[in-house]
Design a protein around this ligand. Structure first.
Ligand code: MN
Length: 447
């Protein structure tokens, strides 16, 4: 079996599930990581002359290109329905009338693994993939099928879930950073203000806390006091509407060592993103399959590089400035942001640069092979108005000789480098037809 998987945290989690259950079943296999199933990668997979194919976190739009090879597709991206989409084993929540954000590629792969044998220990990976795809961000907890998988993992003592502060990095970020790097929700006086955090802690009777210790290492009593103080702080500022967003269901991998990124789902997913998105998928796969030795050490180094790259990328976006075109705001990072993380950076920019939420965000970056990667993000409000980025990005890119797809709220495309302006024009027109609001002015915004 040739396992073809995407290079994000979900794709790596899915591939780790697939590889582990194939090994246990005594089935020979090899792994192939791909950025997308565009023409180039489709030819690459075909050239490998696979006996059988298992697609993880992609394939729902390209399955027809691999007939008559036996195929299994585990995906949750928008489907191409051509009448043959259920003529082979095809696991995608959209085929069952479910939402694409209530089960991840890794979750689909887990359902197959569960059918193959006793693979319940892989349940946490199903949810690492889900959180890597931000499936717990809309409501602050897992919904639908993910919720069922979470309950199973809790019953088996693999995961624990409890409402706690929603900020990123409860296991590894020192408390001060945990608070001042938190931008969603924005907390006036604390967000991006390290000094402000110290003063605020002191003036709330929390000055005795060791701010170098991570959040999860603080005592439960101190955490409870800090949570209420934060809520009161927002209420006192007239921002009570932000209080619910202070909290999410934080999911802990109870068998992992405390203080490690593998101990909490979101941090685990970020660790995997630090590997495969930089061409080091073998490191992420080893960690996802349980390596806590050499590969784990390498992953921690890659995580530092990933953090530096993201911080530098945000600065680059800020310096370049967003431009507006009709229904979208866009920025071209050229070679300053890796094509494999431009989507993550656009998502972060929405919060960190307080971008208008009523315009689709589009980031462009050059790929190493001479093309251009485009990544787009739409808020839930825009999706509610009818915006479907998977369709818009696919149609606009195919119109200029590229390809694309994804989810309604997050999608990507690869296009010829000389077609960037035409692509943006087509995308803008499609977004308009989908009901996206228009910006007031076509201006460059300087930050
Ligand atoms: Mn996915």
């Amino acid at each position: 079996v040739t396992v073809v998987h995407h290079v994000d945290a979900d794709g790596v989690s899915a591939a780790a599930v697939a590889a582990t259950c194939l090994t246990r079943a005594g089935i020979a296999h090899r792994l192939m990581a791909v950025k997308s199933l565009d023409d180039h990668h489709i030819r690459m997979v075909q050239a490998a002359s696979p006996h059988a194919l298992w697609f993880c976190d992609l394939g729902s739009a390209a399955y027809a290109r691999f007939a008559p090879t036996p195929r299994l597709v585990c995906d949750h991206h928008e489907l191409v329905r051509d009448g043959t989409e259920e003529s082979f084993p095809h696991v995608n929540p959209l085929l069952d009338g479910l939402r694409g954000d209530e089960l991840s590629g890794a979750g689909c792969a887990y359902l197959v693994a569960a059918a193959l044998g006793d693979n319940e220990d892989l349940l946490p990976l199903a949810l690492v993939g889900a959180t890597g795809d931000l499936q717990d961000r809309r409501t602050g907890r897992f919904e639908g099928t993910n919720r069922v998988l979470l309950r199973q993992a809790q019953e088996r003592g693999l995961l624990a879930a409890a409402p706690d502060l929603a900020f990123f990095g409860p296991q590894t970020r020192p408390l001060s950073k945990f608070l001042h790097l938190a931008a969603d929700p924005e907390i006036p006086g604390l967000t991006r203000n390290a000094r402000g955090v110290q003063d605020w802690l002191a003036s709330n009777g929390l000055g005795d806390l060791d701010a170098t210790k991570p959040w999860a290492m603080q005592s439960e009593g101190d955490r409870a006091r800090l949570r209420s103080a934060l809520a009161q702080h927002l209420v006192a500022l007239g921002l009570a509407d932000r209080v619910p967003r202070l909290f999410r269901d934080v999911v802990t991998l109870v068998l992992e060592r405390p203080g490690q990124p593998t101990r909490e789902l979101q941090e685990f997913a970020t660790l995997l993103n630090s590997t495969a998105r930089y061409g080091r998928e073998e490191v992420g796969l080893a960690v996802a399959q349980g390596d806590r030795g050499d590969a784990y050490g390498q992953a921690l180094d890659l995580l530092q590089d990933h953090r530096r790259h993201l911080a530098g990328s945000l600065e680059a976006l800020k310096a370049t400035g967003m431009q507006r075109l009709g229904h979208l705001q866009w920025v071209h990072a050229e070679d300053r942001v890796r094509d494999t993380v431009i989507g993550i950076v656009c998502g972060m920019a929405q919060e960190a640069l307080s971008l208008p939420r009523d315009l689709v965000v589009v980031g462009l970056a050059w790929t190493p092979d001479g093309r251009t990667k485009a990544s787009a993000r739409a808020t839930a409000e825009l999706q509610g108005r009818g915006v479907d980025l998977a369709l818009a990005m696919r149609t606009a890119s195919e119109g200029v000789g590229g390809n694309g797809g994804g989810h309604k709220g997050a999608a990507g495309a690869t296009i010829p480098r000389d077609a960037e302006a035409e692509f943006l024009r087509r995308l803008d027109a499609i977004l308009g037809s989908q009901g996206a609001p228009r910006s007031e002015a076509n201006t460059n915004i300087a930050y």
